[in-house]
Design a protein around this ligand. Structure first.
Ligand SMILES: [Zn+2]
Ligand SMILES: [Zn+2]
Length: 264
């Protein structure tokens, strides 16, 4: 059996990641309009009816905008931490009580044949989490919106075969860029977003032969470019003797549009 991964959207204008086994299909976040999520699923030859569960990382709009509509339209169970449930923005609307499920960081959860491991991430939301998902043979981890790397994050991303990790910004672009000062402070804080440099550094620290695919995600539109993120992270990996394109495949998850499906 194989696990499948595809990025439907990644960035501050919307996040939605597809992870599936042959029996179970999940979406991690649904932070764009129902229409755009459906268009993304259609590109994967799927519809909302094929989705078995929706896992939410945290309550920010770019992660939840389409959660309510997708759950209501296709009767999809939604999983989130209690803190995320309590802070879900109003416009998500009502979700059927039987589709509301609480999960807890550090506690594994089974959805059919998939084991889900939510883990706490440092970010300015109520109770944000990343997710590791395994069928027992392969492991996929999604970790974005991380202010800084903690031991818990490190522990969960290592041993992944496919990793979507945040490479949000170039620190100098933030500092010299157009954001107002408080927003700059927020992005750069320990509970904001992960820079290209820090992304590369953590990858250099944790990488082993197990990691086959890296997706750099949640890139800032104003303070990064796909090329800059890629080259910065590649430089850090090469400094550790890792050949990008040889030892590991690396891609940038686009803001819009499906990044091709990977099977592992
Ligand atoms: Zn976000
Ligand atoms: Zn966020």
């Amino acid at each position: 059996m194989k696990l499948e991964f595809a990025s439907i959207a990644s960035g501050s204008s919307g996040n939605c990641i597809y992870v599936a086994s042959s029996h179970t299909r999940l979406l991690i976040d649904a932070g764009l309009s129902g229409k755009r999520i459906e268009a993304g699923l259609n590109e994967l030859s799927l519809t909302g009816y094929d989705i078995d569960a929706l896992l939410v990382t945290h309550e920010h709009n770019d992660h939840v905008d389409g959660v309510g509509i997708m759950s209501r339209r296709y009767d999809i169970p939604v999983y989130a931490t209690e803190g995320t449930w309590e802070n879900m923005p109003e416009k998500v609307g009502r979700i059927k009580p039987s589709n509301k499920n609480a999960l807890y960081s550090g506690e594994t959860l089974m959805i059919n044949d998939l084991m889900i491991q939510p883990f706490a991430i440092p970010h300015d939301a109520a109770q944000p989490v990343g997710y590791s998902i395994t069928d027992g043979s392969a492991k996929i981890t999604v970790a974005t919106d991380i202010g800084h790397i903690t031991d818990e994050v490190k522990e969960n991303i290592k041993d992944s075969n496919i990793l979507l990790i945040e490479s949000n910004h170039d620190v100098n672009m933030v500092k010299s860029g157009p954001y107002p000062y408080p927003l700059k402070q927020r992005v750069l804080s320990d509970f904001g977003h992960l820079s290209n440099d820090n992304c590369g550094k953590i990858l250099g620290d944790i990488i082993t032969d197990t990691l086959k695919y890296i997706f750099l995600g949640h890139l800032s539109n104003e303070n990064n470019t796909p090329m800059l993120a890629f080259e910065t992270v590649k430089g850090k990996l090469e400094a550790e003797g890792v050949v990008v394109g040889g030892d590991v495949n690396m891609y940038v998850a686009p803001r819009y549009g499906v990044k091709r499906i990977i099977r592992i």
